[in-house]
Design a protein around this ligand. Structure first.
Ligand code: GAL
Length: 702
């Protein structure tokens, strides 16, 4: 057997920080020193964690693993989320003693615990005895044991058994001082399409539409003789059904995940201390259900942040963070992230050295209060043998361990400065599952990707403001100076009124392509776009065109080619101005308005009908931000450098990361204290960052 790499290397001060001003990625791995580790007694403000599966290892090994974690400043483990067959080896016979011993062992190493409910992986005896708990796949066949997520999220028996399991856990550990929170299930995703699920869908439709006449009218079922005369005739459709049916199924799915979650959440809440949070781990822009619906009962939003193939894209990953922060509009947790590489991507390359640490600081910059690595040690068998870990199958650290240990040290150091701080944004981007589902079912041009479109606006605006919230169009918007709605295709009456009120009260609203076309039933508004906002805009979309070639646009935001989608706009109010026009195009669009705007009192509404990219998108973003009177706290950053600002009433923390290959220098607007700069708190005005360098700075709120 090869000697582990970390044993060959000298114990260095490499885990301490390098240059005086900024901190660099980990130096060669340092030997962990478990016996000499002196963790803080107080709970950390920034939580570094890992997924630990004690049920897979002899108890005699636990202490060694926990010692290695402690040496890396890992302050929590997430346990139990797939351990049902160990918790309940046979029906009604529970064994939680081993978890109690694991929690006690973790406590001895100053490591707190987040407990998972194991409902994502039911035991074989359960699905064998109660086959109705297995989900029915879309092709009509039942799922089977041997993988995970084979359960049926709508099945009453499954819910009864999962609730009983969660209740046992909560009764045993709900007041445990070393348990800090709960994760319900794991990454809700797979659905069931059997007759019993269909019957529940019928009930859901009845509750929403009350009468078939109402449903038939709102779905325009006279089309293609789709008219229903009995609820049971309504099929389940997921891709090419009536748009009213498609969106109803998605809403049923979302409500059913919510009730599935509440079934366990209520029994945990009834038995647990209020200080123990309840969350579930979500998946960024995954759109299998409406996350605003499912989040509302949780204490905390959390998500699993994986890069897969390639290196971190700070813009799209940042957008996914801000999306998650928007579910409950407060700080969130990264419940899983990749220790270097995964096993499920087409190419499972590793993040480059230093990239894992930079990614973790990006998480914190966007409002995460925890970062947790999946997983601690390679499973000796199972479907994920190749996945990245912090400790190998041999039980000794892999090279990445040192980088994570450096991070742990930094989290401990920066925790007090970041405790209680949050993100403040003057700009919100609106995101709606309804709207994006509606577009994805009928893209009309296959290249129109609503998420990519949102991320493009997000990136252009964030590069100027250094902070953007992503929120639902249903939430109060008055705190924002600028609200941008990329492709907000579908609007409820409440959401339309929310936007109108926002503008009338002085806000600047920017609607972009495909916005406000459809009503709550995913049917067309009887007014052209932007439907209920036409009179406020003093203009409308005369016609939309899916483009098969590139056409030019020019005007206030410069000149550039545009492609994929174009909307021919018109103005009907003398106050409505044309900002951009199409050039020579398909004849219909030639010289017609491509972007229009109207000032409404102190507010403004703008509609952008063309796809913007590159310099025109940058100029449009600049125009919006300036017109809305947003004053970013910092000017333009060098390419590849990201700035994140978290603050409370008295001070603010700036995190700067360079993701670019080339070193970049930034001159700061005032003196800051360098939080990670060893023991001495230096002040600095100018900093140079190499690739993946991170600097954490603090100053009193100006
Ligand atoms: C997540 C999942 C984990 C693990 C991980 C591997 O989606 O929640 O249990 O499978 O992927 O990357």
């Amino acid at each position: 057997m090869n000697t582990p790499r970390w044993l060959l290397l000298p114990l260095t001060a490499a885990l301490l920080l390098g240059p005086a001003v900024c901190s660099s990625p980990a130096q060669p791995a340092a030997q962990p020193t478990p016996s000499s580790a002196q963790p803080d007694a107080t709970p950390p403000a920034l939580h570094l964690g890992t997924a630990w599966y004690p049920e897979q290892w002899p108890e005699s090994r636990w202490d060694a693993d926990l010692s290695l974690m402690e040496a890396a400043h890992i302050r929590f483990v997430r346990v139990g989320e797939f351990a049902w067959s160990r918790f309940e080896p046979s029906e009604g016979h529970y064994d939680l003693d081993w978890l109690d011993r694991a929690i006690r062992a973790a406590a001895r190493h100053h490591i707190a615990v987040v407990i998972g409910t194991p409902s994502a992986a039911p035991p074989a005896w359960l699905t064998a005895k109660y086959p109705e708990t297995l989900r029915i796949k879309e092709d009509g066949r039942p799922d089977e044991h041997g993988n995970r997520q084979q359960f049926n999220w709508a099945d009453p028996k499954y819910r009864e058994l999962a609730r009983a399991m969660a209740e046992q856990e909560a009764k045993r550990f709900g007041h445990d001082p070393n348990v800090i929170g709960w994760q319900i299930d794991n990454e809700y995703s797979d659905l069931s399409y059997g007759p019993a699920d269909k019957a529940q869908f019928d009930d859901w439709l009845k509750a929403r539409y009350h009468t078939l006449d109402n449903l038939n009218t709102r779905w325009t079922t006279a089309y293609w003789s789709e008219t229903y005369t009995d609820w049971s005739q309504v099929p389940i459709e997921t891709t090419y059904g009536n748009p009213g049916l498609l969106i109803s199924w998605k809403r049923f799915v979302s409500d059913t995940w919510r009730s599935y979650q509440k079934n366990q959440l209520d029994v945990i809440r009834a038995n647990a201390d209020a200080r123990q949070f309840i969350t579930t781990n979500m998946m960024g822009f995954f759109d299998g259900y409406d996350h605003y619906t499912v989040s509302q009962d949780l204490d905390l939003a959390s998500w699993d942040d994986y890069v897969g193939t390639g290196q971190l894209n700070p813009i799209s990953n940042g957008a996914a963070h801000d999306l998650t922060r928007g579910f409950l509009r407060k700080n969130f947790w990264v419940m899983e992230t990749q220790p270097g590489f995964v096993n499920w991507s087409p190419d499972n390359n590793s993040l480059d050295k230093g990239g894992v640490r930079a990614m973790a600081w990006q998480d914190i910059g966007h409002g995460a209060d925890a970062v947790s690595y999946w997983q601690w040690r390679s499973d000796l068998n199972g479907q994920e043998e190749y996945h990245g870990t912090l400790v190998g199958a041999d039980g000794t650290p892999v090279p990445l361990y040192a980088e994570v240990a450096q991070l742990g040290k930094e989290f401990a150091k920066a925790g007090p400065a970041l405790a209680g701080t949050t993100i403040h944004s003057d700009v919100a981007i609106l995101h709606s599952y309804d709207a994006f589902w509606a577009i994805n079912w009928q893209r009309h041009n296959k290249a129109f990707d609503p998420i990519a479109n949102l991320v493009a606006y997000y990136g252009a605006i964030r590069s100027i403001t250094h902070s953007v919230d992503i929120v639902s169009p249903s939430v109060p918007l008055s705190q924002y100076k600028l609200v941008v709605a990329p492709a907000l295709n579908l609007l409820s009456d409440q959401q339309a009124q929310n936007l109108i009120d926002y503008v009338r009260n002085g806000g600047h609203l920017v609607l972009t392509q495909r916005s406000a076309m459809k009503n709550e039933d995913n049917g067309l508004f009887t007014e052209r776009q932007p439907g209920p906002l036409v009179s406020l805009l003093g203009g409308r979309v005369e016609q939309y065109y899916a483009l098969d070639s590139t056409i030019p646009i020019s005007g206030a935001w410069g000149t550039s080619p545009t492609k994929i989608w174009a909307e021919l706009l018109s103005t009907s109010n003398p106050d409505t101005q044309v900002l951009m026009r199409y050039g020579k195009a398909n004849g219909w669009l030639d010289n017609q308005p491509a972007a229009i705007t109207r000032k409404v009192g102190k507010g403004r509404i703008t509609y952008i009908g063309a796809a913007l990219e590159g310099p025109t998108l940058a100029a449009a973003a600049k125009w919006m931000v300036t017109d809305a009177d947003v004053h970013p706290e910092f000017g333009t950053l060098p390419p590849g450098v990201d700035l994140y600002i978290r603050k409370d009433a008295t001070h603010e923390v700036w995190i700067l990361i360079n993701f670019d290959e080339a070193p970049q220098t930034i001159t700061l607007p005032s003196a800051f204290t360098n939080v990670l700069d060893g023991e001495s708190n230096s002040t600095t005005h100018s900093i140079t960052l190499k690739r993946f360098d991170v600097v954490v700075l603090q100053r009193p709120t100006p």
